[in-house]
Design a protein around this ligand. Structure first.
Ligand code: HEM
Length: 500
């Protein structure tokens, strides 16, 4: 091992042990160079005459508000909204972030062109090493839009009908290990289950059948690319996690290439996502290459992994906290599906409207993506302000979903709020867990099918409650805000249903 690699390992171990706050501190010490300061000072001279958004003052050079934001980002942004209004700028790690808070301000991001507010500039350094070249943020946006369209073709109702059966079966199989009663880590279990169900539904039976411990480790190593360290530290550093991510990328793709080759050679066509991609062509008639398909398969799996597993886990805790709501959801299933609860089907799943609203409300209070980000490439006008190029422009679903100008009883988990007239209905971007505009999520319907099937099945199997009434706090140190210490108590409802 070279000295260079050893120092990388030391740095990475330090980063892994640190909280976000100290991570931010460590990173800033590492990156703070005279040259960098010069660049920042140069930028500040070029402010022109336009009226810039109000800036939250900071006396801490370079670090700016990183510590306060890292400790509690939502409280920080809510206070900023109260004090400065819907458009506000502040500095963290030498970068200026401008948040567009509330529906009206957020419209700037969602109606913008990618040339003006650019996604690749902020996301590619995280995604390209994981998904690979030639897909997503590594290609010009019009090409990515074509790729999204191909993926959307594969996410259709005929496929969802098969997915319900698959997900129900995988859920039964997975939760057999939980036994009759106990206390377990719900988030960990749902993360494992979701990778199994997504692999089978989105990659197909061949790839799912290869998902053993070794492949699961490869996914975990790939996923290790989505960390604060990968976002904050330079990509050329010899960090062990970067090396593991890059090796896993090569290994996973080798597996996918073999499966794609077999599919291309098969006499009979399957009817699933992989087949959709094998048969897809760009507008100019060019088919997807094996490498593009493999990159898109990785993207499909990982785009839904943390988002869906975190959402499912939070939903479980909201249901566990409210036993009466749990009972109502169980009764809804009996009314819609029949007293003897036969295997789920897609049409019935759609009719489970209370469960739907529970998911919708979970996504309001705990949207997994707390910030969408773009780089301003051109001056952007919002209200009386002009955001200059170089600002990282952000919209936070979490903040929009709980603004008190918009939502009544804003912090209450109340799935029935959607039955009544709610003030947010008139505001286009008040509820945006899946984003909006050209970068909008294509996985919403699949996520609903997946999470609703898992929870319908789990509610048939178990009765859930919080452990000693403890509802998990939000863990702000991870990129997606996961539940802290996510242990749940469960009791099997009856042995009959578990075998079905
Ligand atoms: C609860 C589950 C999910 C949530 C809350 C969610 C949320 C989001 C959000 C907020 C965006 C917009 C990002 C931005 O504008 O910067 C997005 C984009 C996207 N999501 Fe999801 N997602 C979920 C599941 C999925 C799944 C299951 C898939 C794939 C099957 C998926 C694929 C994508 C893709 C391809 C994009 C487009 C990115 C772009 O155009 O820049 N998502 N998602």
């Amino acid at each position: 091992m070279t000295l260079f690699e050893m120092s990388g390992q030391v740095l990475e171990r330090a980063v892994e042990k640190l909280s976000l706050t100290s991570l931010v501190l460590a990173t800033s010490v590492f990156t703070l160079t005279v040259g960098y300061l010069g660049k920042v000072m140069f930028k500040h001279q070029h402010t022109g005459h336009a009226k810039h958004p109000p800036r939250i003052p900071s006396s801490v050079p370079f670090l700016g508000h990183a510590v306060a934001f890292g400790r509690s980002p939502i409280a920080f942004l809510e206070q900023a909204y109260e004090k400065y209004g819907p458009v506000v700028s502040f500095t963290m790690l030498g970068k200026t972030f401008t948040y567009l808070l509330g529906s009206d301000a957020a419209a700037l991001m969602f109606n913008s062109k990618n040339e003006d507010l650019n996604a690749e500039d902020v996301y590619a350094r995280l995604t390209t090493p994981v998904f690979g070249k030639g897909v997503a943020y590594d290609v010009p946006n019009p090409l990515f839009l074509e790729q999204k369209k191909m993926l959307k073709t594969g996410l259709n109702i005929a496929h969802f009908k098969k997915h319900v059966e698959i997900i129900e079966e995988e859920t039964h199989e997975y939760f057999k290990r939980w036994g009759r009663s106990g206390e377990r880590n719900l988030f960990e279990a749902l993360s494992e289950l979701i990778i199994l169900t997504a692999s089978r539904c989105l990659h197909g039976p061949e790839i799912r059948s290869m998902l053993d411990e070794r492949v699961a480790q490869l996914y975990a190593d790939l996923d290790g690319g989505f960390t604060h360290a990968a976002w904050l530290l330079p990509g050329w550093l010899p960090l062990p996690s970067f090396r593991r991510r890059d090796q896993a990328h090569v290994e996973i793709k080798k597996i996918f290439y073999k499966v794609i080759k077999k599919r291309r050679e098969a006499q009979e066509k399957d009817d699933d996502m992989l087949q959709t991609l094998v048969d897809a062509t760009y507008k100019d008639g060019r088919p997807l290459s094996d490498d593009e398909i493999a990159g898109m398969l990785i993207g499909l799996l990982l785009a839904g992994q943390h988002t869906s597993s975190t959402t499912s886990a939070w939903m479980g805790f909201f249901l566990a906290r409210d036993r009466a709501l749990q009972r109502r959801c169980c009764n809804e299933q009996k009314t819609i599906c029949g007293e003897d609860l036969p295997p789920l089907d897609y049409d019935q799943l759609k009719d489970l409207s209370l469960l739907d609203r529970c998911l919708k409300e979970t996504l309001r209070l705990r949207p997994p993506i707390m910030t969408m980000m773009r780089m301003a490439k051109t001056p952007q006008t919002v209200g009386e302000y002009t955001i200059p190029p170089g600002h990282q422009v952000c919209v936070s679903p979490t903040v929009n979903h709980r603004l008190h100008d918009t939502w009544s009883d804003r912090l209450e988990f109340n799935p029935d709020r959607y039955l009544n007239d709610n003030p947010a209905a008139g505001e286009k971007f008040a509820y945006i867990p899946f984003g909006a505009g050209r970068h909008r999520c294509i996985g919403e319907n699949f996520a609903y099918v997946q999470i609703k099937t898992i929870w319908s099945t789990l509610l048939r199997l178990f009765d859930f409650e919080l452990v000693d009434g403890r509802f998990p706090a939000v863990n702000y140190t991870t990129m997606i805000h996961t539940p802290d210490n996510p242990i749940i108590r469960y009791t099997l409802r009856n042995t009959q249903t578990q075998q079905h």
